[in-house]
Design a protein around this ligand. Structure first.
Ligand SMILES: C[S@@+](CC[C@H](N)C(=O)[O-])C[C@H]1O[C@@H](n2cnc3c(N)ncnc32)[C@H](O)[C@@H]1O
Length: 224
């Protein structure tokens, strides 16, 4: 199965305005589609550093001496580039979100298509999991996650339903979570609403907003 089909491949790499001997960063390596396109356009003196926090992405590494893959969170971009002696770069590409591979692995818990343990971690080193968000967060934290990251109108009532259910016994799997939220999932909208719930929990588990803010705050200096 294909790891990930890159979106807007040509357009996004065109946007980097690649110069032959430049230094570029792909902070969301995934299946390496964007990285391969960047390498095609770089000359022998060019350099590409890529990041992906998911250990699975390492299987796609590219054997090319101009290329380095770092299995870390892009929130530490400056620190890791410095480790490799890089203080300034010519362009940075970010393709935020989840890869098809992550969605397609049933055991990782990202997809509404499968029953799985509540996980949703992009990196196996992440201490926070969907289980912790669903079973340990208090009412206010939970409704905030559902409202802000899932844009769910029923966030308050959903948070209450989760808290009520887990006082009986822990919610262990995605299917159990779906059952707990059953009253908010009318057949016609079931998939859409469930996808919003998953998105909200996933953004929280992976601290996507915080990571992206930290990453973006470092880019002006790297690109100056
Ligand atoms: C949409 S996919 C990128 C696909 C890639 N452009 C390609 O051509 O295959 C996003 C990737 O970014 C990674 N990722 C998401 N957040 C990250 C973060 N904070 N730090 C490092 N990698 C991250 C995910 O693990 C995933 O593999």
């Amino acid at each position: 199965m294909m790891y990930h089909r890159p979106v807007l491949l040509k357009e996004s790499v065109d946007g980097l305005n690649i110069t032959e001997n430049g230094v570029y960063v792909d902070v969301t390596f995934g299946g390496g589609g964007h990285s391969k396109e960047i390498l095609k356009r770089l000359g022998d003196g060019g350099k590409l550093v890529a990041f992906d926090q998911d250990e699975d992405a390492l299987q796609n590494t590219i054997n090319d001496e101009r290329f380095t893959l770092i299995n870390e969170n892009y929130r530490f971009i400056k620190q890791f580039l410095k480790f490799y002696g890089i203080r300034k770069v010519d362009g940075i590409l970010a393709d935020f979100g989840v890869s098809s591979h992550q969605f397609d692995q049933p055991n990782r818990g990202f997809s509404t298509r499968f029953d799985a343990n509540l996980d949703m971690r992009m990196s196996q080193r992440n201490k926070l999991s969907a289980y912790k968000v669903v079973n340990k967060y208090g009412y206010d934290a939970l409704r905030k996650v559902l409202f802000e990251y899932g844009e769910l109108r029923n966030a308050n009532a959903m948070a209450k339903a989760i808290i009520d259910a887990r006082t009986e016994h822990p919610i262990n799997t995605t299917l159990e979570l779906k059952a707990v939220l059953g009253e908010f999932l009318p057949k016609a909208k079931e998939h859409k609403i469930l996808a919003q719930v998953y998105q909200a929990i996933r953004i929280e588990v992976n601290q996507e907003v915080e990571s992206s803010k930290e990453f973006l705050s470092q880019t002006p200096e790297l690109l100056s």
